[in-house]
Ligand binder design. Structure first.
Ligand code: SF4
Ligand code: F3S
Length: 112
């Protein structure tokens, strides 16, 4: 069991989540974060903190794609434990559908 970051994080990347995670299991890509499923202790604290409502428990149906993406990207992206400034236009991207198909980037972010 783990929580996973999903589509609406892309280009929003608010990073409120990293501040509350007790085990620092967020990893940073260029335009989104992911959760390392083997490190997440399933506490659920991050879920309500995300302004984009992008964090979901993997027990929800239909999240297999996101579980795989979180697991895969957490292996290559740097750990992030400190909130940085979100993109200046983050609010404009909040709720835009289909961001994964058009905007997902596998490039790593800067980490801490
Ligand atoms: Fe961290 Fe808890 Fe969120 Fe897992 S559910 S990523 S342990 S805050
Ligand atoms: Fe993304 Fe939400 Fe965290 S938008 S960076 S999962 S606070």
């Amino acid at each position: 069991m783990t929580y996973v970051v999903t589509d609406n994080c892309i280009k929003c990347k608010y990073m409120d989540c990293v501040e509350v995670c007790p085990v620092d299991c967020f990893y940073e890509g260029e335009n989104m974060l992911v959760i390392h499923p083997d490190e997440c202790i399933d506490c659920g604290v991050c879920e309500p903190e995300c302004p984009a409502e992008a964090i979901k428990p993997d027990a929800e149906p239909g999240l297999e794609q996101w579980l795989k993406l979180n697991a895969d990207m957490a292996k290559s992206w740097p750990n992030i434990t400190i909130k940085k400034d979100p993109p200046a236009n983050a609010d404009e991207w909040n709720g835009v559908p289909g961001k994964f198909e058009r905007y997902f980037s596998c490039a790593p972010g800067g980490g801490d």
